[in-house]
Design a protein around this ligand. Sequence first.
Ligand code: PLP
Length: 233
Amino acid sequence: MTAAERLAEIRARIDRATAEHGRAPGSVRLIGVTKTFGAEDVRPLIAAGLRDFGENRVQEAAGKWPALRQETPEIRLDLIGPLQSNKAAEAVALFDAIHSVDRDRIATALAKEIARQGRSPTLFVQVNTGEEPQKAGIAPQETAAFVARCRSEHGLAIAGLMAIPPADESPGPHFALLAKLARELGLERLSMGMSSDYETAIAFGATDVRVGSALMGDRPQTRPENPGNLASG
Ligand SMILES: *Cc1c(COP(=O)(O)O)cnc(C)c1O
């Protein structure tokens, strides 16, 4: 299948799941996750009409996207991977949304850069729904207090919550937990669902699905700067 055919199939499945679960048409945004792929692999998707893309590393995105955006200015770029506070300036300058706000240090750094640069990326708080020690995200029981601090102490507008369920568990309960937390906090956006479970995520209320391999094909097995990162994706 070509990239355009894969995109059309995923869009059709998103539309079907959206209708099946009584969600408003167009209420689910497809983010094409292009990490580890080069610009030449991304261009066919842009040509086929995709405008929302996600990357998990600031440095990789900074090398890949400025040229592509010059060609297609309407592109929206989301940071879906962990953020270090020393990369906050670059992240605020480069991304339209950041899905990985998960501690006060990051919130402080983002608030400072948002004020300094006059740019306001859409922000998601990442929740570690499976409470996995190796995974980024705030613990579910600490989420309400952290979102409150983001608002009152850091002055950040939080749009929604994001989660990556444990790889070896059924994702439904994790999506349900994230949706419940968002509802309790009055947050409208839910970034959840990847290649293997985006339709399930839509059933539980996902507004932003992050689809990589189903759209791009299998990721290259080596990425010299940080090969360990591939295993988790
Ligand atoms: C890589 C990645 C995805 C996409 O994963 P696929 O299974 O290839 O669809 C989604 N979200 C995050 C945070 C990722 O790092």
